[in-house]
Ligand binder design. Structure first.
Ligand SMILES: Nc1ncnc2c1ncn2[C@@H]1O[C@H](COP(=O)(O)OP(=O)(O)OP(=O)(O)O)[C@@H](O)[C@H]1O
Ligand SMILES: [Mg+2]
Length: 458
């Protein structure tokens, strides 16, 4: 009965709307643009009631839980890039200080897209949210896509996929890269906090032996393009790097250069603030793909050099019971080496891949071999004291020179003393910042190297 009434109502409504459309078509040439726009929007909203149109709604969150609907973000990116110029009202945002202003469609605005001859109307709107999130204010945003029913197959099978791929590319192009840290994880539990990642280091500014630099760049390039290869060999798409060497040799700078080269986000994992293995795993699982996960000074972070928990079931049970027993005690750190290894290995198979994990240390000899074995840390990169080749990178970047009569003296001194690239950079910078000329800067460096030599001889 109810459906009969519905059918009756919709056919009456349909007839009325169709006569209205006819009158509208006759009158539209003689009325003002504003009135035309108002009526067009009204009509579009009524369209779903006509049997010949189909509607798809894309909500900001999944219907069953509070997770963000990725298709919403992709549609948002796509519409902002491709169609936003057609909206009468837009919203402007700046997502990064280095990026350009980003225009999105304002709420209750409608834009038109075309795809293989089909006309598609997109309405940006919001409704009362079923979920309560801190940022939503009880509102849930969504897009309503309306099109003629005859295009349903085209939309479902091709247009939505087109939105997905285009949206991904646009997001990758425009995205502000982020630096995450877990340092404020206390209180409400585990969560990453982030800021914009705008570190300027690149491989051009990194003072490193050219052969090592070339190897790292080649390795990164084959990793980035290796999706199919990793799939073929049945390996998760991840790569581990161990950077080791004395303080000030550029380990942290290298991480920034890697992230900039790959255009990935960075997750700086501070192990000492994590309560237990369980929490550690959750942090790992919450990292997204296209990211570099960093654990700096791994030898100092935890007692990772202790004997690893064996695969023996009894030992394993004991290790897993330990964190639970100490849960709730904030100062009790129960992250173990075995917990870290499990998180690393579990991570790659359990969630989105295309991740680089980097450990840094000043004392590679202190680390448990299990932590840095090949397969976990695929490439071990020694960051050493400043060589003449590394110095030439500084000379080019800081002073803009390729050669100088003091170069031979510096080359000789660098063979005799151990100074970190940080010391060399500092010696050149302290003078060049004050607009001193090349001669003064290099003489300053020679002085620093000579006094280091004297210290060594003493
Ligand atoms: N290889 C390098 N290339 C370019 N700059 C470098 C290099 N090494 C050091 N520097 C300069 O020295 C500073 C300190 O370097 P960085 O923090 O990368 O060293 P580190 O190896 O991470 O040291 P630590 O072991 O103490 O963490 C950087 O800000 C950078 O300016
Ligand atoms: Mg460092």
């Amino acid at each position: 009965m109810a459906s009969l009434i519905q059918v009756g109502l919709s056919s009456v409504l349909k007839k009325k709307l169709e006569s209205f459309l006819f009158v509208w078509a006759m009158a539209r040439n003689s009325i003002s643009v504003e009135v035309k726009l108002m009526f067009t929007t009204f009509l579009r909203r009524m369209i779903p009631f006509l049997n010949s149109y189909h509607v798809i709604e894309i909500h900001e969150h999944h219907s069953e839980h509070m997770m963000r609907n990725k298709l919403y973000s992709l549609a948002n990116a796509y519409l902002s890039d491709v169609c936003a110029h057609g909206a009468n009202k837009q919203q402007a945002e700046v997502r990064s200080l280095s990026g350009r202003p980003f225009l999105t469609i304002a709420e209750e605005e409608e834009v038109v897209d075309t795809f293989h001859g089909a006309k598609l109307w997109w309405l940006a709107s919001s409704c009362k949210s079923k979920y309560s999130t801190q940022s939503s204010n009880g509102e849930e945003r969504f897009y309503r896509l309306t099109f003629l029913k005859k295009y349903r197959k085209l939309v479902e099978q091709e247009y939505l996929t087109h939105i997905f791929h285009e949206g991904r590319e646009i997001l990758a192009r425009n995205r502000q890269r982020r630096l995450f840290t877990n340092i404020h994880s206390g209180g409400s539990g585990y969560s990453w906090t982030c800021v914009a990642f705008e570190h300027p280091a690149t491989f051009d500014t990194l003072a490193l032996d050219p052969a090592t630099k070339r190897d790292v760049i080649e390795d990164l390039m084959s990793f980035r393009e290796g999706k199919e290869y990793y799939k073929k060999i049945g390996k998760a798409w991840k790569r581990g790097y161990l950077l080791y060497g004395p303080p000030g040799t550029g380990k942290s700078t290298m991480i920034a250069a890697i992230a900039n080269f790959l255009e990935y986000d960075v997750y700086d994992l501070e192990l000492t603030t994590i309560k237990n293995n369980m929490e550690l795993k959750k942090f790992f699982l919450e990292t997204s793909s296209k990211s570099v996960i960093v654990v700096e000074d791994i030898d100092c972070s935890l007692n990772l050099t202790s004997k690893r928990v064996t695969k023996n079931k009894k030992d394993k049970d004991e290790a897993e019971a330990a964190p639970a027993a100490t849960e709730g005690y904030d100062n009790v750190n129960t992250v173990t080496l075995s917990g870290l290894l499990n998180s690393i290995d579990g991570l790659w198979s359990a969630c989105e891949d295309e991740k680089i994990i980097i450990f840094t240390t000043n004392h590679v000899e202190k680390l448990d071999p299990a932590l840095i074995r090949r397969g976990r840390m695929d490439m071990h990169i020694e960051m050493s004291y400043c060589t003449f080749e590394a110095f030439k990178v500084f000379a080019r970047n800081y002073l803009g020179i390729e050669t100088h009569h003091l170069f031979s003296t510096i080359e000789k001194l660098l063979l005799e003393v151990n100074v970190s690239p940080a010391d060399v950079a500092e010696a050149l910078m302290s003078k060049s910042l004050r607009n001193a000329d090349v001669e003064v800067c290099l003489a300053n460096l020679v002085e620093v190297l000579n006094s280091a030599k004297e210290d060594m001889n003493k």
